[in-house]
Each structure stands twice: as structure tokens, then as C-alpha cells.
Design a binder for this molecule. Sequence first.
Ligand SMILES: [Zn+2]
Ligand SMILES: [Zn+2]
Ligand SMILES: [Zn+2]
Length: 256
Amino acid sequence: MANSITFLGTGTSSGVPLIGCGCPVCLSEDVRDKRLRTSAYLQYEGLRLIIDAGPDYRQQMISAGISNPDAILLTHAHMDHIGGLDDVRSFNYLQRKAFPIYCENAVEEVLRKVFYYAFNEPKYPGAPDFEMHGIKAGVPFSIHGVEILPVRVFHGKMPIIGFRFGSLAYLTDVSHIDEASFELLKGVNLLVVSTVSYKKHHSHFSVSEALEAIEKLAPRQAFITHVSHRVGTYTEFSSQLPEGVFVAFDGLNVEF
Ligand SMILES: [Zn+2]
Ligand SMILES: [Zn+2]
Ligand SMILES: [Zn+2]
């Protein structure tokens, strides 16, 4: 079976439409302008992986018909990437075991605060059951023998993780990539990278910064995610991008 990525959510932290906003993007009737919080589902070398589990996680699992994933990988501990983790309870129930979560220690520390009830001993019956696996930037790890490379990127001042799966790299909430990480990302054919606006932002690539990173890595195809209403509608934003660079949208599936 081919490797593929399905974009489960491609919206910035507030999602699109933004609650209460009456701008043309938020009022657009194009389904590609309805963006849940950023998350992806990967089928990679026989693994079924979820990247990030924000507040729309439950809806995303149901819409994509995901029934038996192997693990959730977390990029960082902002709420739009972890807020839905309580709902791994469904997989605990169906799989009758703790659910594997892969993240850096700093992310686990936040999970222990936000989801304190899942870590309490003795365990409250029905609380989510997380099987925590620590990962380190730049150090490959394996799930069922399949290797994945966590790559250090920066989200403002915060060090976070992007992931490389063979020829695919997935980088969300990134505002800086240092040279050592560019080296680790060399040769990717498919690059997923985030942006939120044309204007410079303290913790996210602007559109031009995202395009610079794409140009530097020169993948065959690049997809933009974590999109906000500030970049225009899907159609408007798409028309501004160079050849080979596409705006991702919820439900899009791409083979790699
Ligand atoms: Zn985010
Ligand atoms: Zn809006
Ligand atoms: Zn973030």
C-alpha cells in the first residue's frame, strides 16, 4: 500500500471560520475554507499515525473513519494541538489498552498538568490511558520497526518538533529552521509547512518565509497548512503560490 497523508485539519489555532467573524473568508461557502485545527493522518510503511490532537480531534477521527491507529505524535503542547487528547478514551475502550503518545519531555510535562486526572494514581476509572513515549529532536525512533525522525524547529522562541517520514516532512507552527535541521530535511519530495499570514508573525512563518523554506528544500510538491482567514480564501491564496506549492484543505489526501 502506498504511503499517504490525509489532512484532518488545516486551520490555525482558532480554526476557520473564526467564531463571530464576518469577513469574506469566514463567510465563504467553499468547503475548502472550512478548516478544523491542524492535524494529519499518515499511513506510512504499514503504520497508521495521527499527528497532533487538537480540540477538533473527535470530529476528525469520525469524519476520516479512523478506527485503529497505532499512535499519536505531538509536535508541541499548544492547545490547538493537544486539546482533544481526552478522547483517546475511545481507542482505550476499543483496543483495551493504553494508547501510545510520542512527544518530547517538555510536552509530556504540560500533558501531566492539563490532563492531570489521566496521570493520577490510583487511576480514576474511565480516565484516558496514555502510554507515554519520550522522543528527542534529531534522534530517530521506531514504531513497530518503522523509523521516524523528529526534527527540531522553532515556534517563536519555543523549540518544537517537526517529523520526517522518509520522503515526507511535516512542519507545523514553525517560524525558524536552523541549518542543522535543514540538513536533516534535505531530499524530501513532499513538504508540509505552515503559515498564518502575509505579515510577519512572532511565532509563525509569514507566507514569504514559508516559500523561502520551500525553495531552499526544493521538494517536488509542498502543501501549506495551519492557515488563517488572513491569507484569503482557498482560491485567492492558491492563486498567489508558485508552481508545485498548494494550499492544503481538510480531507485532502496525498500519496508519497
Ligand atoms: Zn498551532
Ligand atoms: Zn474571518
Ligand atoms: Zn503552536
